[in-house]
Design a protein around this ligand. Structure first.
Ligand code: NDP
Length: 246
């Protein structure tokens, strides 16, 4: 029997990259899955269609993580349409890299809105809908733990904030049997960070394994955290980074 049979999940930013791989993996494990997108409607619909083809319910919902009302509303909509909400994966994220003196107030507000505020609001809304056994899994970054060079101040700030959120929320929700665990991917081959991009070689060189990871290699860890086998894990940070932090 698949480990997530009968469960429902919401994956933010599920139209491509790591989020799409997570949505598909959770469905393969038996979950019905809603996923959000902001621009790539076709990609989101294709992921939802693949989920349906696998015999689960797949729903693509547009919700801009920078819009607080949309974030809260989409959690309620996913729970209503799927009948309940067991798993929230806060995956949608953006990066603005560059010298700290060049970052604008708009850059700072947008990155913190998508990478931090949306995670907070979605988790808050999801906690109100979850029952015992609920799972909240934010996606952080290896840049929250080890910053190998200049230019990452804003992105690292946003991802490091999720450590505090994860630990404190784990304390708040533990009594209700809901766990909160943060996953830090290392360099993963996606549109955000292509394995043939200009900074790829240096990133590979910083890992112990000497290569980029795949979105599926992150998704498998998220699926584990979402299942019963991870029931005694909460408030933890799990690195899936090829040894970037080693
Ligand atoms: P991609 O850029 O490939 O995909 C991002 C996804 O998030 C897309 O589905 C996109 O939707 C969605 N998204 C972006 N902005 C918003 C928004 N404002 N509202 C709703 N959805 C949004 O990124 P990755 O798959 O590489 O990254 C996924 C997560 O993993 C991010 O949080 C990232 O910071 C983190 N991460 C990635 C690493 C990497 O090397 N790739 C390393 C460490 C962490 P749409 O298609 O509609 O634009």
């Amino acid at each position: 029997m698949a480990s997530l049979n009968g469960r429902t999940a919401l994956v933010t930013g599920g139209s491509r990259g790591i989020g799409a791989a997570i949505a598909l993996r959770l469905a393969q494990e038996g979950a019905d899955v809603a996923l959000t997108y902001v621009r790539d409607e076709q990609g989101a619909r294709e992921v939802a269609q693949k989920i349906e083809s696998a015999g689960r319910r797949g729903i693509a919902l547009r919700a801009d993580a920078a819009d607080p009302a949309a974030v809260t509303a989409v959690v309620g909509r996913a729970a209503d349409e799927l009948g309940r909400l067991d798993i929230l994966v806060n995956n949608a994220g953006i990066g603005v890299l560059g010298p700290v003196e060049d970052l604008t107030l708009a850059d700072i507000d947008r990155v913190l809105a998508v990478n931090v505020r949306a995670v907070f609001l979605a988790s808050q809304a999801a906690a109100g809908r979850m029952e015992r056994g609920g799972r909240i899994i934010p996606i952080g970054s290896c840049m929250a733990q080890r910053v190998p060079g200049p230019g990452g101040t804003l992105y690292s700030t946003s991802k490091a904030a999720l450590t505090g959120l994860t630990r404190a929320l784990a304390r708040e929700l533990g009594g209700r049997g809901i766990t909160v665990n943060l996953v830090h991917p290392g360099p993963i081959d996606t549109d955000l960070n292509p394995a043939d991009g200009p900074y790829a070689a240096s990133q590979s060189g910083l890992t112990a394994l000497g290569r980029f990871g795949t979105a599926d290699e992150v998704a498998s860890v998220v699926a584990f955290l979402a299942g019963d086998d991870a029931a005694y894990m909460t408030g933890s940070e799990v690195v899936v980074d090829g040894g970037h932090a080693a």
